[in-house]
Write a protein that binds this ligand. Structure first.
Ligand code: ATP
Ligand code: AMO
Length: 434
C-alpha cells in the first residue's frame, strides 16, 4: 500500500500525506481551497497565494475536478473548514488528471438520468448517496449470512450453467456448452434440494440467477441475486419463520450499523425495523380482502394469479410485510407439495412487502412418484430431470425452503424507485455493458 493517511485520520499538529479525488476548487482571490475526497471523507487543502510557491499554487488550482492528487503538508485545526481541519500543502502531485469534461457530475449539482449514471458507474459511485446504497447492500448481505448461520445453515454454491430450467421455459437464457444446449440457471432450486436431502440438511446460497424476462420494469432484472434457503425436516411454516428472521435481521443490521449511510440517503429519521410476526394470510382470504377494497376493475376468482394492482391493493390494506399461504396447486411449480388432505391446495407461500413480492417458497414434494406426476402435469419430461428425481429414491426427507430476491430486499428496505439502483452493473433488455 502506498504511504498515505485517510482524510478521516489526518491529525491536527502532524504532517500527513493524503491522496484522493479533487472534489471542488474554490478560488477566493488571495486564498483558494481545494477539497480533496477519499473513501473516508473530505479534507480542505489551503492555498495562500502570496505565501506559497507559485508552481505549487498553479498545479493545485489548475487541476480539473475529479483528478487524483496526492498532497503532503501540515494538518491544522480550522473551524471554518468543512471538516474542521485543513492541510497547508508543501508538496502536491497530480497522480492522474481528469478530463475537464465529465459525462456526469459527481458533486450531484447537475442531475443525471439513470441510464447516464449506469454508463458511468465509476463517477456515479463518487456520490455519497450512491456509495451509501452499496455499503448498505454489503451490510445486508453480511447480516443475512450471519442470520443463516444462526439458523444452523451451511453456505453452498451451486452451478450456474445447467442442463434444465425450473421456473418456466420461456424465461431461460440458452447457451452452447461444447456443442450441447445448456442454460444459465434461473434458480438453485433443484440443487439446493439435492443438498438438503443429503445429511447436510440445512443450506443457504447467495448467488446470481438469470431470467430472460421480456418486461422492462422497475423491479425485474435479467441477472439478479437470489438468497435461497432449503431445510430438511422443515414444513412451510418453518421456512416462513426463517424468511421472516432473515428479512428482519437485514433491517436490524441497517438500523444498527448504517446510520451515516441512512443519513446520506435522507432516511435516518424515518427508518423503521418491521414488527415481527408478519401476518400469514391464506390465498383465499387474500382474494376476499383484495375484492373488498374495490380497487380492481374485475373481481378476482380462485385460481387467478395476483396482478401488480392486486398486490398493491392488498399491500395498502395490510400495511406491512405479510405472507400469502396456501396457493392453488395449479399456479405453483411441480416441486411444491400439495396439502395431504386437499390436492388443489399447495403449501406454497409468498412473502410480500406492501410494494412487491420478496419471496416465494413452500414445502417440497419429496415422494418420488408424486414428483414424477407433478412434472407430467406441468408438461415437463421427467426423464430430462433424472439427475434430480433419482435421488428421491434413496432417502429424501420432507423439506421446505424459499428464494428471496436480494435486490428487491435492498430496494424495499431503502425505498428505491428502481431495482437498478441496487445493482452496480444491472443487466436488462437494453443493457449488456458495462
Ligand atoms: P484570513 O484572515 O483567514 O486570511 P480573510 O478574512 O483575510 O481570511 P481571505 O483570506 O480573502 O479573507 O478569505 C476569504 C474568505 O475565506 C473569507 O470569508 C474567510 O472567512 C474564508 N476563509 C479564510 N481562511 C479560511 C479557511 N482556512 N477555511 C475556510 N474559510 C476560510
Ligand atoms: P421465484 O421465481 O418466485 O421463486 O423467485 C424468488 C424471488 O426472487 C426474486 N426474483 C427476481 N428479482 C429481480 N428480478 C427478477 N427477474 C427476479 N425473479 C425473481 C423475487 C422472487 O420473489 N425456486 C423458487 C424459490 C423457492 O421456492 O425456493 C423461485 O425461484 O424476489
Amino acid at each position: 500500500m502506498q504511504d498515505r493517511t485517510y482524510t478521516a485520520d489526518a491529525e491536527p499538529g502532524e504532517d500527513a500525506t493524503v491522496a484522493g479525488w479533487v472534489h471542488e476548487i474554490r478560488d477566493l482571490g488571495g486564498i483558494a481551497f481545494l477539497i480533496l475526497r477519499d473513501s473516508t471523507g473530505k479534507i480542505q487543502i489551503k492555498f495562500e497565494k502570496d505565501e506559497m510557491d507559485d508552481g505549487l499554487v498553479e498545479t493545485g488550482l489548475d487541476v480539473a475536478r475529479e483528478s487524483v492528487v496526492r498532497v503532503t503538508g501540515a494538518v491544522e485545526e480550522e473551524p471554518r473548514a468543512p471538516t474542521g481541519v485543513e492541510v497547508t500543502p508543501a508538496e502536491l502531485e497530480v497522480v492522474s488528471a481528469a478530463d475537464p469534461e465529465l459525462p456526469l457530475d459527481p458533486s450531484g449539482k447537475v442531475d443525471a438520468d439513470i441510464s447516464t449514471r449506469l454508463d458511468n458507474r465509476t463517477l456515479d459511485l463518487r456520490k455519497d448517496e450512491v456509495q451509501a446504497i452499496f455499503e448498505i447492500r454489503a451490510e445486508i448481505l453480511r447480516a443475512v449470512r450471519e442470520q443463516f448461520r444462526q439458523f444452523h445453515c451451511t453456505e453452498i454454491t451451486t452451478p450456474k450453467i445447467v442442463a434444465t430450467g425450473t421456473e418456466g421455459g420461456t424465461e431461460l437464457f440458452p447457451i452452447t456448452y461444447f456443442g450441447e444446449e445448456a442454460f444459465m440457471n434461473q434458480s438453485p432450486q433443484l440443487f439446493k434440494q439435492l443438498i438438503a436431502g443429503s445429511s447436510v440438511e440445512r443450506v443457504f446460497e447467495i448467488g446470481p440467477i438469470f431470467r430472460a424476462e421480456e418486461h422492462n420494469t422497475p423491479r425485474h432484472l435479467n441477472e439478479a441475486t437470489s438468497i435461497d434457503f432449503e431445510g430438511a425436516f422443515c414444513q412451510a411454516d418453518d421456512a416462513m419463520d426463517v424468511a421472516e428472521g432473515v428479512v428482519t435481521a437485514a433491517y436490524e443490521a441497517v438500523a444498527e450499523n448504517c446510520s451515516e449511510e441512512l443519513e446520506a440517503l435522507g432516511l435516518a429519521e424515518d427508518f423503521e425495523v418491521p414488527e415481527d410476526g408478519f401476518p400469514r394470510i391464506s390465498y383465499e382470504e387474500a382474494l376476499e380482502r383484495i375484492n373488498a377494497t374495490g380497487e380492481l376493475d374485475e373481481q378476482l376468482v380462485w385460481g387467478d394469479d395476483l396482478s401488480t394492482a392486486a398486490e398493491e391493493a392488498l399491500g395498502d390494506d395490510v400495511g406491512g410485510h405479510y405472507f400469502i399461504t396456501d396457493w392453488p396447486s395449479e399456479i405453483k411449480p411441480f416441486y411444491i407439495k400439495d396439502h395431504d388432505d386437499d390436492e388443489q391446495l399447495s403449501t406454497g407461500f409468498d412473502l410480500m412487502h406492501p410494494r412487491m413480492e420478496l419471496v416465494s417458497g413452500g414445502q417440497r414434494e419429496h415422494r418420488h412418484d408424486n414428483l414424477i406426476d407433478g412434472f407430467e402435469q406441468q408438461g415437463l419430461d421427467p426423464s430430462e430431470f433424472e439427475y434430480y428425481t433419482k435421488m428421491f429414491k434413496y432417502g429424501m426427507p420432507p423439506h421446505a425452503g424459499f428464494g428471496l430476491g436480494g435486490e428487491r430486499l435492498i430496494m424495499t428496505i431503502l425505498g428505491l424507485e428502481n431495482i437498478r439502483e441496487a445493482v452496480l452493473f444491472p443487466r436488462d433488455r437494453q443493457r449488456l455493458s458495462p
